[in-house]
Ligand binder design. Sequence first.
Ligand code: HEC
Length: 176
Amino acid sequence: MHRNQKRTMIRTILAAATATLSLATAAVALAGDVAPAPNGIDIPEDYKDWRVIGISHRTDNNSLRMILGNDAAIAAARAGRTNPWPDGAILAKIVMKDASHASWPAATVPGQFVHAEFMVKDNARYAATGGWGYARWLGADQTPYGKDANFVQECHGCHTPMKDNDYVFTKPVALP
Ligand code: HEC
């Protein structure tokens, strides 16, 4: 191959590699594009990979909920260390509207995604709200919930009846 031809070829390969790299970077930027909650909590990036702690069905607003935990929460649940939950544990609740299975209407299955919300255990940082940092993101575009950082009073207020259970409603599901 002629020297000039070789140079052109290397340039083309380099340009293609650079384009691929910047595409990859753009994809990463998009994935991490969810704005933080008004109290500064970021959406946990890997929450869709977390494991199940419990499920619930609300008949007052016709929705299904998956309650998931990060590794620290799952370890605590398995060890029965949930009152109190340890620092570092994060609980997630993913809410979806009820839908009927198309081929088996008696089966209630997850329909439209409503919101994802989180409780982050850090006793020192969130001492004012029982050691839990609260955050919620709405809808498929994951809009942060709350006008300002005070939105957590609403969360904490409704979780306060569960004070004797470290403010948590969900009991880890018992499996054989
Ligand atoms: C009106 C009452 C109410 C309010 C307000 C409320 N919650 Fe809850 N939350 C519940 C109940 C009841 C459960 C139990 C499971 C369910 O809903 O199916 C729960 C469960 C949870 C769970 C799973 C862990 C657990 O305690 O069982 C998380 C995480 C959570 N809520 C986060 C939040 C966040 C964040 C906010 C505020 C943005 C909030 N909650 C506001 C009533 C409330």
